[in-house]
Design a protein around this ligand. Sequence first.
Ligand code: GLN
Length: 309
Amino acid sequence: MMDLQAILDGIHAELLPRLGEGKVADYIPELAKVDPRQFGLAIATVDGQVHRVGDAEAPFSIQSISKVFMLTLALGKVGEQLWTRVGREPSGSAFNSIVQLEHESGIPRNPFINAGAIAISDVVLSGHAPREAIGELLRFVRYLADDDAVTIDEKVARSETQTGFRNFALANFMRSYGNLDHPVEHVLGVYFHQCALSMNCIQLAKAGLYLAARGSNPATGHSVVSPKRARRINALMLTCGHYDGSGDFAYHVGLPGKSGVGGGIMAVAPGIASIAAWSPGLNKVGNSQLGAVALEMLAARTGWSVFGD
Ligand code: GLN
């Protein structure tokens, strides 16, 4: 039996002198205030253990990691039809890039870049008022994490609403191509609130368990998606979860993962565990610098990889 706690403690000790590396996301004023010298790591295993180290109980803004949960909801709503609205290919460009959208007639490359996630918010919004769609997501994430303490940080949502000019541009552009059914303000209301979900590493690791365990949360017995759908969401996380850093993350870590500009990364070791790493300093492509280093160390020390042992 591997001593996972000792592995986490070792990674934490090694990274302590490096805390503060990277640059916090300052284009969202509320995120610019976060202390960069924080680091948390948590693992929830499919056999029910939870291990943690560092600031694993400090809530942070999960930002784009929410795109995995929204994709899961949207697939539950409209099934494979979703893929008429959004593609499944890596973009090779920044998370908030607009260039491909015109060439590809308003159909975003994948569900994890901003444009794709905004189209997915539109799908989840259908049949609801924005407030209800946000409520549906919050209930879903609380159910996944089995924790009603998960909240939405209204200050972060407001901060992004006031400064999200690029996201407004992306949404308006897609609306002009007929790829949004609802008013841009409503769709972005949902999108900004999903990004403002506030969770800690333990909650996030638990929320990802369904992806590690064939679509069901083994801790609660909750069935979330079919095994096939869980595999497919993992495939998208591996190929698109880190934007134009996805190849590098697969090369170094070798696990499906999804990053957010709050500095969080949720990663999945299929059949074994769900992992959440958090450190607010970002690298050049907007992924957590030390979060990725911690996951690389973890993968190396446990031998976890989707590419073989
Ligand atoms: N809310 C952020 C944005 O739309 C999400 C980006 C991210 O986490 N990569 O810019």
